[in-house]
Design a protein around this ligand. Sequence first.
Ligand code: FEO
Length: 394
Amino acid sequence: MAAREIVENIYSVGTINWDLRYFDAIMPTPRGSSYNAYLVKGSDKTALIDTGEPHDEADFVTNLMRLDQDSLDYIVCLHAEQDHSGMLPLMLEVYPMAKVVTNEVCKGLLMAMHHLEELEERFIVIGDKETLSLGDKTLKFYLAPWVHWPDTMFAEVVEDKVLFTSDFLGTHYASPTLFQDDNSPDYLEAAKRYYAAIMMPFRASVQEYLGLIDEISPDYIGPSHGPVLKLPAKIIDLYRDWSSDTPKNSVVVGYVSMHGSTELMVKFLVDDLVQRGIPVQQYNLLETDTGVLGSAIVDAATIILATPTVLFGPHPVAVNTAYLVRALRPKVKYLGVIGSYGWGTNAVNYLAEMLAPLGAEMLEPVYIKGLPDEQTIANLHKLADSIEERHKTL
Ligand code: FEO
């Protein structure tokens, strides 16, 4: 990917990975991603904002060479995670006069991750709302811990109304264009998937920093992944909706079934909810991309896990899903467990304990021995009654 100009003398110099299919060995990225870095050329000084993933070293260095960047004054590190700091040691060698500009927390993490102790004199530590002059451009820094690490900060080019937000407002999306296409369903799907996996666990912080961005009111936002956001109102509105405290009238049912009993129960429950006009999405957990499931639970008021019993507990795929749901911390208000067993089970208690930290109300479980019967169907109707009644209060 070539270096591209955002506004005069501010360039995107990062790299695109079209083929990336898993990020951090956990998050499916069906549309690849990018590792963004930015070059800000002032009349007196030049700053590089972040570096990138070492895998893309050749492309990154080529981008800098294309801009004839034979010297550099500052390397700003907004966040220490290796996908953005991985080439910092290389950049410190290539640009021996460059200083690293970062906050105290990020400095500590960079030291630990790259063993830079001998280069400590090259660090400049800045605080919240401090500025750094590049001549006719000024960098202003905002500490923004917990979207998503404790070290995260933003940097604004004040004169150009360009704000670099690290991972915040990013997308794992290998974009063919420099700027976002707000009308692209693929981009918007990737943006929600990214929010769910990376930002949803920090929903309160997301709300806080949306307020900060309102105050700064940038024309451009340069996140660390995905397209640069030009006139970013739409994605900010979506973030406001996704991170709000109010879930939507929707139910997500994730299930796994061994001999068909649990699947039959899911069918009865989902059909019942559909007949009541309650939006419901059903996912076979054996086949569902966790990114799709993560996106689905962003808004859901109710999540139902349906699992048979394996030995004494839930199916391992259901356990994996419960762990994921707990870790992502959606704003779900009601949780339910349904399923079946042969000769004994502790599945309901096991899942209820796993999900307790979410603070949602546990609905009456429907957990049966063997095949569903008339009583099972009646109990599933009661569960649907409970969901309908509670969703009326949303
Ligand atoms: Fe894209 Fe937290 O690193």
